[in-house]
Write a protein that binds this ligand. Structure first.
Ligand code: SF4
Ligand code: SF4
Length: 449
């Protein structure tokens, strides 16, 4: 898999070739240089006071105005915000510019002089950095809708999908397939609801006490429970454990690990990122397993590639090796999944972090075909679903357009169900399916277990 650590972070390495323009969804929508990778990289040069690389015409000509405050410039913040973090620019860049990590570094630099708003700091540093607080807030958020379930909207399912789901004996409260992503809408904004405390509790109980490991055992792997899946789709955790149990692995989860820090990279909160990385290091130092499984590629990439910026060699050496579910499944035989899944026409949605940042677009669908599923891929609508971390909240209309294109292509092709491996994409695509009234739920592939 690709590592962005091998890419260049010096903005002056950009060849200004504009190849990144041709793939950038936000440049395509606006025609504005500042929304393409090249524009942001040029602005990174300007932020460090090197105007020699900055062509005239971008935000005016700063050489005429040495007093421009590039750190506090509102337009600059918008250029960074209106970016899907899809990594398509990184993939096509002949100069191997580390585009998205450069944008994240720009955010950190801006935030040193203009810190994020206090509620955002609280959310990052006191809620997402402490799993107990994350769950508490999620539990409070879910409560009214547990009492009044009709207040949330759900993705429709076709009769065929309902009939298959009834044969699967899924863990009903924790399953995305049966819960179908309850979501509330406030104007154009969408808020996927947390799973109930009860369903999360059932998943934890299963992982702690009811693993049924096939013989011969192949050993124990740690399991990093990412916060988004934990809050919204915990059934993906128990399903993943069942899949790997059936292949001889025992999974050992740590239920109180913090958010990996991707949220802090996205919002520019350097202090929160450091806190999360250090807390992860403390939680998993000298763990009794050599490898730790990630079922969200964004968390995997953050821990594997960005933690060395925070942690020392000794701390890193004490940690288990991160392994992504895609890598692990590709080495293993097919697990015995329920034959009813093979009745469905399934679309694979490749998350951008997997497809463009890590550079793997083919392994996951071929794994699913090996497992006996009918998987379709859609090159015309491949690419970002519009989730983009905080993007779907900041620009809900544009975000919904991206996922609506996919859903309509899937609907025209007679797809019953979409599968992916990223919790953020699931919540956003399902919200669009509700809005567009398209009967195609999206689930995490762990829920096949
Ligand atoms: S493709 Fe790469 S080198 Fe070319 S302008 Fe974009 S960021 Fe710069
Ligand atoms: S990450 Fe995506 S949206 Fe952002 S600049 Fe690159 S191609 Fe454009």
């Amino acid at each position: 898999m690709r590592s962005t650590k091998e890419y260049r972070i010096d903005p002056l390495s950009c060849a200004y070739c504009a190849k990144c323009h041709s793939v950038c969804p936000t440049y395509e929508a606006t025609g504005n240089e500042g929304f393409a990778a090249r524009g942001k990289i040029l602005l990174a040069s300007a932020m460090r006071g090197d105007f020699s690389a900055l062509p005239a015409g971008l935000l005016g000509d700063p050489r005429d105005n040495g007093a421009v405050d590039w750190h506090g410039n509102r337009e600059l913040n918008e250029y960074l915000d209106f970016c899907l973090r899809c990594y398509r620019c990184l993939e096509v860049c002949p100069s191997m510019m580390a585009t998205v990590p450069i944008f994240e570094a720009m955010r950190f630099e801006i935030a040193r002089e203009h810190p994020p708003p206090l509620p955002m700091q609280w959310l990052m540093r006191s809620v997402l950095a402490e799993r107990g607080n994350t769950r508490l807030l999620a539990g409070i958020g879910a409560l009214p809708f547990s009492l009044l379930p009709w207040a949330a909207k759900r993705v429709r399912a076709s009769d065929k999908l309902r009939s298959v789901a009834s044969k699967l004996h899924v863990d009903i409260p924790a399953s995305t397939l049966s819960a179908r992503s309850p979501t509330v809408f406030l104007g154009k904004m969408e808020f996927p609801l947390p799973a109930s405390v009860l369903s999360r509790g059932r998943v934890y109980d299963f992982i702690r006490n009811h693993q049924n490991v096939a013989q011969p055992e192949r050993g124990t792997i740690g399991y990093f429970l990412d916060c988004l899946t934990d809050i919204h789709f915990p059934g993906a955790f128990s399903g993943t454990v069942r899949l790997l149990n059936s292949l001889g692995f025992r999974l050992e989860a740590e239920f109180n690990s913090p958010c990996c820090g991707a949220s802090a990279l996205n919002t520019g909160d350097e202090q929160a990122f450091e806190k999360m990385a250090r807390s992860y290091a403390k939680t998993f130092a000298d763990a009794p397993f050599d490898r730790i499984l990630f079922t969200n590629p964004t968390c995997y990439k953050t821990v594997k590639e960005r933690y060395p910026e925070i942690l020392g060699d000794k701390e890193l050496a004490a940690l288990p090796e991160p392994v992504l579910d895609v890598e692990l499944y590709s080495e293993l035989p097919a697990p015995p999944i329920h034959p009813a899944w093979s009745d469905l026409n399934i679309a694979w949605h490749n998350p951008c972090t997997l497809g463009y940042a890590l550079g793997d677009k083919t392994t996951a669908p071929s794994i699913l075909r090996k497992w006996g599923l009918k998987i379709s891929e859609f090159p015309d609508v491949e690419g970002c679903c519009g989730y983009g971390g905080m993007f779907y909240l900041r620009y809900p209309e544009f975000a919904a357009e991206q996922s609506a294109r996919k859903l309509k292509a899937w609907q025209d092709a007679g797809i019953d169900l979409a599968i992916t491996c990223s919790a953020g994409c699931i919540g956003h695509i399902n919200a669009t399916a509700i809005r567009e009234n398209i009967p195609i739920p999206t689930i995490h592939w762990g829920e096949l277990g």
